[in-house]
Design a protein around this ligand. Structure first.
Ligand SMILES: Nc1ncnc2c1ncn2[C@@H]1O[C@H](COP(=O)(O)OP(=O)(O)OC[C@H]2O[C@@H]([n+]3cccc(C(=O)O)c3)[C@H](O)[C@@H]2O)[C@@H](O)[C@H]1O
Ligand SMILES: Nc1ncnc2c1ncn2[C@@H]1O[C@H](COP(=O)(O)OP(=O)(O)OP(=O)(O)O)[C@@H](O)[C@H]1O
Ligand SMILES: [Mg+2]
Length: 281
């Protein structure tokens, strides 16, 4: 195995094989233990209709149900956060049907994003790009979830996991902004395995991953932007051999996105001296 591959696997905590039942149990226990340790009143999570939030949402609901059996009252708000009308509306509904959350909310982020865009264009006298508008949508979702969390004493669940963390494929302080990450340590195909184990409908566990942030390309596949497939990333994270150009692409993305997996850099940090750090783009 490549030296950096071993280091990355260690950091991402991905195992080459998993037992889905054990993984579900451990992750539900983690959600429960942390909630009890903090005294938080429950969880909030954005449900997109994609597979990561479907899995994290079901785990959260199972945690809340198990807490209730122990006599601990906890809430779980599954919140739809569409930007206007979602092109995959039916998947979002199917996800909610599978998650069976204690409470379901819908919070449209479009007016907030439009407000930011208008003010940016007025101040800068320049048009906002579709790409940065996309990251603004992800950050508006983060703000919405923290509004709900702040008012209700809840923890914000994030859906980051090995296959996204390694490439830094998330918006810094957007979907990357959360309190607890129950999926961390899994890769994408393991997420699918857990969903199948939990009885998710095929349209959810088979769904093609999309960040779905662009107005100009709704539902663009993540793999299209990344230029590598999740199968390749998953193989790499399970310690398998992948073509050199694939390994190099993953490692390049890993190195230039280190800042996204760290707290804001200070004079006392040294990680940025160790190997490439660069602008993301
Ligand atoms: N070396 C460095 N040290 C410290 N900070 C650095 C930096 N390079 C950039 N930055 C900062 O980071 C910013 C860029 O980061 P960011 O704003 O995140 O933007 P960026 O990484 O350019 O874009 C986010 C990427 O994540 C993808 N995404 C987003 C959300 C969800 C999903 C999904 O899969 O669902 C995927 C999205 O498609 C896009 O490719 C810069 O504006 C700058 O402020
Ligand atoms: N339209 C949306 N409505 C609600 N939450 C959203 C929406 N889009 C993104 N999110 C939140 O941002 C997170 C990151 O998005 P991401 O696309 O990585 O996950 P996903 O949509 O759940 O799964 P997939 O990777 O299969 O698309 C989601 O898990 C979800 O919590
Ligand atoms: Mg998605």
């Amino acid at each position: 195995m490549r030296e950096l591959q071993a280091k990355i696997i260690d950091e991402m905590g991905v195992k080459p094989q998993i037992d889905p039942a054990e993984e579900v149990e451990a992750r539900v226990a983690f959600l429960k233990d942390y909630l009890k340790a903090t005294g938080a009143k429950g969880f909030v999570l954005g449900i997109s209709g994609g597979l990561d939030s479907s899995l994290a949402g079901r785990l959260a609901q199972l945690a809340v149900e198990s807490l209730a059996e122990e006599g601990v009252e906890a809430d779980f708000i599954a919140v739809r956060l569409p930007h206007g009308v979602q092109h995959d509306e039916e998947d979002a509904k199917a996800a909610l049907e599978f998650v069976q959350a204690k409470s379901e909310w819908t919070f449209n982020v479009k007016p907030a994003v439009e407000g930011f865009e208008a003010e940016y264009e007025r101040t800068s006298d320049r048009e906002l790009s579709d790409f940065v508008r996309g990251n603004t949508k992800a950050r508006a979702r983060m703000i919405s979830q923290y509004m709900i969390a702040g008012e209700r004493g809840l923890l914000v669940i994030g859906t980051d996991h090995g296959a996204e963390s390694v490439t830094g494929f998330f918006t810094k302080f957007g979907d990357g902004g959360a309190d607890i990450l129950p999926l961390f340590g899994l890769n994408k195909r393991q997420n699918r395995e857990l969903l199948q184990h939990l009885g998710a409908p095929e349209r959810i566990w088979q769904k093609v991953p999309t960040a779905d942030l662009l107005d100009l390309e709704p539902g663009r596949h993540d793999e299209h932007e990344l230029g590598i497939t999740y199968e390749e990333i998953d193989d790499y994270l399970e310690g398998r051999d992948v073509p050199d150009e694939v390994a190099e692409s993953i490692e390049r993305r890993y190195l230039v996105t280190r800042h996204k997996r760290a707290t804001p850099v200070t004079r006392f940090d040294t990680w940025w001296h160790e190997g490439a750090t660069a602008w993301t783009k």
